[in-house]
Design a protein around this ligand. Sequence first.
Ligand SMILES: *Cc1c(COP(=O)(O)O)cnc(C)c1O
Length: 377
Amino acid sequence: MIPYGSQWLNDQDIDAVVEVLRSDFLTQGPQTPKFEQKLAAAVQCRAAVVTNSATSALHVACLALEVGPGDLVWTSPLTFVASANCALYCGASVDFVDIEPSTGNMSVDALQQKLALAKPQNRLPKVIIPVHFAGAPCDMREISQLARSYGISVIEDASHALGARYGETIVGDCSYSEITVFSFHPVKMITTGEGGCLCTNDQKLEQKARLLVSHGITKSADEFNKTEADPWWYEQHSLGFNYRMTDIQAALGISQLTKLADWVERRNQLITRYQRMTEKLPIEWLTVDEQRLCSYHLAVIKVSPDHRRPLFYWLRQHNIGCQVHYIPIYQQPYHAQSSQYWPRCEAFYRQIISLPLFPRMTNAEQDEVVKVLEEYF
Ligand SMILES: *Cc1c(COP(=O)(O)O)cnc(C)c1O
């Protein structure tokens, strides 16, 4: 089976992990802050805070922005459930903004209309979470302008978009948001096994996030309430969690990050090659604005709804590990809501299949995927 996505680890990665295993610190040692510095430098933000998953980072991001009971959070319906669950963890409610059919990203028009309707009803969200679907940056200029004009904060769920660019900016530099979140799950752009991070330029948000990731406990004397503290003293200032990344994971992340630029380039090459080789087939590729660099976490195609299910089965039968990203969140039993409110997401869902795409994919493997597609049509 050619998988839809796959990590790529080499001896350099394995040596980096083994070195930590032989060292004094498995967690809370020197690797974690080093990885944070490398990440912050890579995406040009003031601070990165690493976590044990992007899900944890989204939770902490919402808490740092003071999302709580009675609040509303809006995200895309076409995303992994974690983009919505983070609001529910805080006791807030979640609602969805319909998508743009050409990209699968949050629609600016739909957002504008929904905000205009919500305002007179006093139902404005506290936070909006756009998701850079498949690695293509959302219309961040417009989304952030709208959010600012209504006094709403923005968290970018950039789980797919490490290495992506938006105009002159890098996704993660938070030019258009308070916080940006990345995932290091094995199918994402780089991996630490499980892992994630949040990026911000706001020192207060960084401080809050750091506390929340580690039990709400601070060990720095300059933050203590107590004066003249003894050397064993530490203080809990908020109700935090153990969402820490280990040094084992951070060492892997540092090593993986050195390959990011090459991998983004290879993913783009493979997509260009896919598009060229499938020109004559009745499939449609998502579009990416020419001012943006897509990291291409996923290779999403659209086919007519009549073909989606049979083509999916055909690909799987022929050992092509395709997937569907995503089942709209409102279709999940836990989140169940009528699909009528998000007609564009509903139509999009009925057309999409994710084809195999990963940096280590060979041209021969790609030829095989295209051959199976051709045979179907
Ligand atoms: C993978 C993913 C997450 C969750 O990432 P984890 O690191 O697995 O917690 C959140 N949002 C989106 C859009 C994702 O694809």
